[in-house]
Ligand binder design. Sequence first.
Ligand code: UDP
Length: 512
Amino acid sequence: MASEPVNQLHILLIPYLAPGHTIPMIDMAKLFAQRPNVMVTIVTTPLNAIRYGSTLQQHIKSGLPVRFLELPFPATENGLPEGCESLDALPGLHLVTNFTAAVDMLQQRLEQCFDSLNPRPSCMLSDKYLLWTGDTAAKCRIPLVIFDGMSCFKQLCTHHLYASKVFNDFPESEPFVLPGLPDRIEITRAQLPTEFNPSRFTMPEWLERVRESESRAYGMVINSFEELEQDYVNEFKKLKRGKVWCIGPLSLSKSNDSGKSLRGNSTSSDDQLYLKWLDSKEPGSVVYACFGSISQITPPQLIELGLALEASKSPFIWVIKAGDKAQEVEKWLSENGFENRIKDRGLIIRDWAPQLLILSHPSVGGFLTHCGWNSVLEGVSAGVPMITWPQFTDQFLNEKLLVHVLGIGVGVGAPGVVHWGEEDRLGVTVKSEQVKTAIEKVMDPGSEGNERRKKAKALGMVAKKAIEEGGSSHHNLTLLIQDLLELANVRSQKPLNSNDQKKLAGPDDFIY
Ligand code: UDP
């Protein structure tokens, strides 16, 4: 006998425990839960629920069907300091494996309480770095959709690099053309992402497991919008038999100032100060410089950046996250007189800035970024051109997209990956003069700068449209929900016949 049709979707959303991964998934939870008949349970740890939950509390109070499932994080059991529940809270990279072990222990904790979740989840949407979620989804007999956190451009580059291994034929710093892409883009081996350019901390077997778990998932959600990288989206969809949904930019789910400000650390009292400072500057005149949540720039390299900001003559906001080197950096800022010299023109924010709030202020005219994918999309959404200074992972590929495909960025000329944890070994790789030149190009009031600004502004408008009703990302979210509902319905009619089996077939032999 056929069972009742399933008309409600309950999504178990599981972010990886790092700001660049959790922030977009929190935004995603809101977008899903705003749709009729969709509810979301966010699986995270107590401190992360506090850190990111504030953005949603107001909505939850007014009835948004989102809730948090808090799993205690086994920090001390794994040799981590008490309260270390996020990658950016690690005191040192030697503890990454301990952190990974603690994250893996969440599997058992989730499985123990899965049956008590009411209603029973209909699918799992998990960050790609949570390798155990595939097994858990299979045990619970629900489909797994992966959130990749990077672009289709990156996906396609990676696919062709794995397939061709073309980089093996080239020395470290000799440019070669990325194979199989719709555009002609050159890169060097030194700039390739970790998969092809490992550091001493890279765990190749772990990366292989990430790939394998991606290929077994039912599909993939991408924080991007089709118009940004249409050719790459099309090609990537072909590789994944259509099971790819671009539903971003997720940061645009934040419509008001408090939503933009309450994102993973900010204290709103300081935010008012920053806004006032920005209000005092000319429209489009300010450079905002920030390297995301986990990059560790060495003090000598930070000094080069500071000198470039000073020499460029544009007003600037500089977010400094110096971690355990903070004392050294503070010493330079004060003793050398830098802070005093720039006090009328520069604002320094320590550790964490309300990035979305700042980027959406009309005084900001350029974004100096490390090219983390969230930051790239946030810059695109704000319609500002970018000064690109990639560090590692996908960031050099993101730079290629901004500079060579979209034409809205100018690179500082970073020669290659500065691996996470190996910053001191390489020393200064980019000099202040290079950074100054890139800043001046982006802020240039002449025709070249104007052309870039126009392009950036136009893309920003397209980004906003994509997420609104009738836009491509809004539509893709509808399609994804329909697809998952259909899947849940077919699953509820047991046993599956061969036609259903075919219909359900994911990119490969997907987890179910
Ligand atoms: N972020 C922020 N303030 C900061 C640093 C980072 O709000 O001072 C946010 C930023 O807006 C983005 C995320 O943290 O949403 C960083 O993600 P991204 O992919 O850009 O870089 P990652 O930190 O993963 O390297």
